[in-house]
Design a protein around this ligand. Structure first.
Ligand SMILES: [Zn+2]
Length: 379
């Protein structure tokens, strides 16, 4: 074997590319996935994100490393408080029931259990420590019992213009019009107490953690200053992930906080984002009632992970037919083909290219098809 060939093989053995970034890995890959706010049933948009995270973890294992997934539960959240109030239940009891349904849906989709599942209400002390550290670093300030994080650097790094940043901030509960802030792009690390929301004691008075700060505190508590991959739906890119990363980096001084990002494409219906307010939710429960879970998984995975896509019922029929082809290929007694298995590994290591890996597995049959069915959680 020539030296060049050996170099290529070592490069392929030692990592993957994600979002155009080369991610060299040794033995453990820390994956932080922004989990659910448990206030409603699981829809296809949520499911797509967590199936992709699961596929990433399985691909990492195929490459010989050990994935360690942390998927948080945002059970301290203004939207959750409102849903619990409407249901006439305490926020934590309400969240626990919704969490149960989520776990059931994930199990039905063969999403493997995660190693860590921190719940925001257990990390209030860590958010207080985070706020204190951000104050000490000069990245935050106190006003009327709230601690605000200076958001200008995060907006600048996002590449968004100010108008777009403020629109997204308002859409995701960032309250840009809060008069207590020095700058509309600043966000609460700690929010002073308000009626209708849970509250805890802090050095700045009673209050509750801000959303981005909760995730930053949970990720750093579980994994330390850096994660290998931070994953979540593409709609979390800004403000949530931008502020999470900026807070973590300001607190630890370590940059970048995430070595790579996996932003799963948004699922739309007739071009519109799936949202309860739009009345266009496709519930996982309904999909699973009419189709095998493997077909739902394959419909999600048989495409580039970063691209948004429009759900249509026919896509499930296409996925069911493709699944059948894979199963038939897996049943063929083809001669063992180590080169095909290596090529499949390379395809998955390159942007988790499931469509190309499927084409190869179906074309080759035998071992590679069986391996892929297992790796993708389809067998
Ligand atoms: Zn998050």
């Amino acid at each position: 074997m020539s030296e060049t060939q050996a170099d290529v093989e070592i490069a392929e053995m030692s990592g993957l590319t994600l979002g155009g970034r080369r991610l060299a890995v040794l033995d453990r890959v820390r994956i932080y996935a922004c989990g659910i706010t448990p206030y409603d049933v699981t829809h296809l948009g949520h499911a797509a994100t967590f199936v992709w995270v699961d596929a990433l973890a399985r691909a990492v294992r195929l490459l010989g490393a050990e994935p360690e997934v942390c998927r948080n539960v945002t059970d301290v959240d203004d939207v959750l408080d409102e849903a619990a109030r409407r249901a006439g239940e305490p926020y934590d009891a309400f969240a626990a029931v919704q969490q149960y349904y989520f776990d059931r849906d994930m199990a039905a989709l063969k999403v493997r259990d995660v190693a860590h599942e921190p719940r925001a209400h257990r990390y209030v002390d860590q958010v207080i420590r985070l706020a204190d550290g951000l104050l000490a670093a000069g990245a935050a300030y106190v006003r009327h019992g709230s601690v605000y994080f200076r958001g200008e650097p995060a907006v600048r790094r996002s590449g968004l213009d100010l108008e777009a940043a403020l629109r997204l901030s308002a859409e995701y509960g960032g309250r840009p019009d809060d008069a207590a802030k020095d700058d509309p792009v600043d966000v609460a690390v700690w929010q002073a107490t308000e009626p209708g929301h849970p509250a805890w004691e802090s050095p700045w008075g009673r209050g509750r953690p801000g959303w981005h700060a909760e995730c930053a505190a949970m990720a750093m508590s579980v994994f330390g200053p850096v994660v290998d991959v931070h994953a979540g739906g593409a709609d979390l890119r800004f403000p949530h992930h931008a502020y999470h990363a900026a807070m973590a980096e300001a607190f630890t001084g370590v940059r970048p906080y995430a070595r790579a990002w996996l932003h799963a494409g948004t699922v739309t219906i007739a071009g519109a984002k799936m949202a309860k307010s739009a009345g266009n939710l496709v519930l996982l429960e309904e999909l699973l009632a009419g189709h095998p879970a493997a077909a739902v998984r394959l419909m999600i995975l048989d495409r580039p992970w970063a691209e948004s896509w429009d759900y249509r019922p026919e896509l499930l029929d296409v996925a069911t037919a493709r699944l059948e082809n894979l199963y038939q290929a897996a049943g063929r007694t083809a001669a063992s083909d180590p080169a095909a298995v290596d090529e499949m590994r390379r395809l998955l290591a390159t942007e988790l290219d499931v469509p190309a890996a499927l084409d190869l597995a179906i074309g080759t049959g035998g071992g590679p098809a069986r391996t892929l069915a297992s790796v993708l959680g389809l067998s």
